[in-house]
Design a binder for this molecule. Structure first.
Ligand code: IMP
Ligand code: MG
Length: 208
């Protein structure tokens, strides 16, 4: 049990909760994809990617932070060797609707010139984030470029981005879990769930 230190911002917290509730708040969410469904689909995608990249060593680029669980499960399925790198952008000013602007927070460590690049993303919604990433990375002349997205909302697509590997199409609802967050919470859920509309109060901030 971690020792709870003084917390100015939240005097109401119990010692069990610390400075913010750690409860998984199952009651606030509706499961859309179970952990088993995700595991099966990630395995299929991993097998397909292994076949498609046979004999090559692609650079898998995870978009922080939402793709981390998907990427880590995917690489364990792959039967090819890969390199891993990360990029961090934010496309959301408001926490549950798209702002239309994209900012780069962290660039790649690796030089992708002449490399096979596979972007690994948690969810594609408006497409603006991936469109920004595509333009930025294609200018660096990779040998090939492809995108894997676990979830595809495909409702309000504002930029058409070719996604080569899609895990699941999902309805136009705000989802959390398996890496996806709302205000940095829920990322550790083993499933994907839609968040109750009452939870989405719309404070300013960035989603990654
Ligand atoms: P896009 O630029 O609108 O395609 O948004 C993509 C990014 O927005 C994703 O990488 C997520 O970080 C975030 N995002 C979009 N929809 C959701 C959602 O339903 N839950 C959590 N994050 C989301
Ligand atoms: Mg993201």
């Amino acid at each position: 049990m971690p020792v709870t230190l003084g917390c100015e911002s939240d005097r109401q917290s119990t010692p069990e909760e610390g400075c913010g509730s750690t409860a998984r708040a199952e009651a606030e969410t509706e499961v859309l994809l179970t952990g088993d469904q995700i595991e099966r689909r990630v395995r299929e995608l991993g097998e397909q990617i292994s076949r498609d990249y046979a004999g090559r060593v692609p650079v898998l680029i995870g978009l922080l932070k939402g793709s981390v669980l998907f990427l880590s499960d995917l690489v364990r399925i792959l039967t090819i060797d890969v390199e891993i790198d990360f990029i961090s952008i934010s496309s959301y000013r408001n926490r549950s609707t798209t702002s239309g602007s994209v900012r780069l927070f962290r660039d790649l460590d690796s030089d992708i010139h002449g490399r096979d690049v596979l972007i690994v993303e948690d969810i594609i919604d408006s497409g603006l984030s991936l469109d920004y990433i595509c333009k930025m990375l294609l200018a660096r002349s990779p040998r090939s470029f492809a995108i894997a997205a676990l979830l595809d909302k495909r409702v309000e697509r504002r930029a058409e981005v070719p996604v080569d590997y899609i895990g699941f199409p999902i309805p136009d609802r705000f989802v959390v879990g398996y890496g996806l967050d709302y205000r940095e919470r829920y990322r550790g859920l083993p499933h994907v769930a839609a968040l109750d509309a009452a939870e989405l109060s719309g404070e300013e901030g960035g989603l990654t």
